[in-house]
Structures are given as C-alpha cells and as structure tokens.
Design a protein. Structure first.
Length: 304
C-alpha cells in the first residue's frame, strides 16, 4: 500500500470493513431512518467500504415494514418481491443475541432479504457450531460470540479450538455503554493473537468507529482504534500486538499502514474481516484526516 489509490477508490485494506450498525447503541437510529441512510451509503462513492445492514432478530418485522415504506415512497422492489437497496436486495447481517434458539425463526423472518451473514451469541461454542451446521444455508457465513468472561485464561483457547475446525468466524466485543465493556490492550491482544496462530478469522463490534486509540473526552472510556486492530491483526506475539493496540499517535499508525505490502494486507483482512459501527461517516472521516483515504467530495453530516 505504498501508493494509496486516487480519490474515490477504496483501498483493499478498508473494503467491506464497516458493517452498518446504525440501529444499535449508541447510535440507536430508528429503522425507518436507517434503511434510506444505508441505501445512500450503498450508492455513495465509498460503497466498497460498507458491509451489510446489521439487524437484530427481534427487529426483522420492523425492518421489512421500513423497506416496504421506502419502496412505496420511491424505492424499488425485486421481481420476486424481495427488499431492494437501490437496484439490489438489501444485504442484512442477522444479529442473534439470544443464542441458537433464535436461529430457525430468524432465518425464516429474514427470507425477504439477502442474508449476508449471521452473528450468534452463545455461552457454548460447540453447541452454536452444531446449530449453525444444522440450520444455516451453506453459502451464508456466520460468526460466534461468547461473553468475554468465558474468553479469559484457558477459556479462550477452548473457545477458539472449538471454532477453528468449523467454517465460522469468531466475534469479539470491543466496547459498549459502560467502561467495563472495553477490554484492555492485553485482553484484546490475547484474542487477536490466539486467532492469528490458528488462522481463525474474526470480526469485532462496538466502540471501534474511530481510527486511533483514544480516551473519549465525554465518557472517559478507553476506545480501541480500528487502525490499531488492523495492524495488530498480523501479529502472533501477544506483547507485540498489545503494543500496537496501545499506540495513540495517528501519524505513526498511518505510516505503518502506508508501508504494508499487498501480502500483509491480505493476511490482515483474512483475519480481521469487519466490525460493526453505528456511524459510517466517522471512520471514513478519520481515514481522510490521516491521508489514508482520498474522497472526491467531503463527507457531510447527511452521509452518517
């Protein structure tokens, strides 16, 4: 990546990195507003950076109604009646916080959409893998999330070992609405390097919508930066990964990104596949400010 692409071209490192979690905290955008906003993202110059629209299982009916309303107000629908974003079916990532019991009914309720993936929260990785094997269509990817307290000490190895021989990714929560929801550098480094040593891909969620590690001035929460995580994803040594995660100088991180080879970018993105963010404009704005993304036009508030 020594030469970044010209304006309006999304570098490979950032393609489909930002899953649209606008309806989740702390954004909490109403679904009826989030649908047209997502469609706008998918039609914008930065569309290649945007992943699927994330929706909880309990809100699929609300999502279907919002899509229907948008279609009535000037959107389009597929020939088979499927929900369409622009001229394509709405890609939905299904988030199942209630575990595998939600899987079958949620898959049925998601039928009007193009199912881009499933994110299943569980306390039993082996049970979750078995449920996904049994119920998930073979062309649909999935990620399995366990509570962080089960990923400490020997628990981390046991969970990752349960996933490594499956076709599913791991999912790790990097933030939330309280300070305790944010793992420190060492805890996150243990997860990243555990996955790296096993060749296990993963996604992250919460608290990562800024590029660089920082302390939120309003809440005092310690946020990881998504650039830190991207660069740490290539590390197999826990201390080295923790050092990258602790870096707070954006220019240092930007320089490291610019020095990445194509092979390193491939290794990184085969590991760290995506993260959920309630804002699409914020991470893009951070990349532009660091000179890592050149936009053909400024990012406006309405792009959020």
């Amino acid at each position: 990546m020594s030469a970044l692409p010209s304006g309006g071209v999304i570098p490979e490192l950032f393609r489909e990195l930002f899953d649209d979690a606008a309806v989740f905290p702390p954004g909490n955008l109403p679904v009826v507003e989030a649908v047209p906003a997502h469609r706008a993202h998918r039609a914008a110059w930065y569309a290649e950076a945007v992943g699927p629209f994330l929706c909880g299982a309990g809100r699929l009916g609300e999502l279907a109604a919002a899509v229907s309303t948008a279609d009535t107000d000037g959107g389009t629908a597929g020939a088979d009646g499927s929900a369409v974003a622009g001229d394509r079916p709405l890609k939905v990532g299904l988030v199942l916080p209630g575990g595998s019991t939600e899987l079958a009914p949620a898959l049925a309720a998601a039928a009007p959409f193009e199912l881009a993936g499933v994110e299943l929260a569980t306390r039993d990785a082996a049970e979750a893998v078995a449920a996904l094997d049994r119920l998930l269509p073979p062309d649909v990817p999935a990620a399995v999330e366990l509570p962080r307290e089960l990923l400490r000490g020997d628990g981390l190895d046991a969970v990752l070992d349960a996933l490594v021989d499956s076709p599913y990714r791991a999912k790790f929560r990097t933030g939330g609405l309280v300070a305790e929801a944010f793992p420190d550098e060492d805890e996150l480094a243990a997860f990243l390097t555990g996955c790296a040593r096993r060749g296990l891909p993963y996604k992250c969620t919460a608290g990562l919508h800024n590029a660089v590690r920082h302390t939120d001035p309003e809440t005092g929460f310690e946020h990881h930066g998504f650039l830190n995580v991207l660069l740490a994803a290539q590390e197999t040594d826990r201390a080295a990964a923790a050092a990258v995660l602790a870096e707070r100088d954006g220019e240092v991180l930007a320089k490291a990104v610019r020095s990445l080879t194509d092979r390193q970018v491939t290794v990184i993105r085969n590991s760290f596949t995506a993260f959920g963010t309630c804002s699409i404009a914020e991470p893009l704005g951070d990349l532009a400010a660091l000179g890592l993304l050149s936009s053909p036009s400024p990012l406006h508030q309405e792009d959020r």
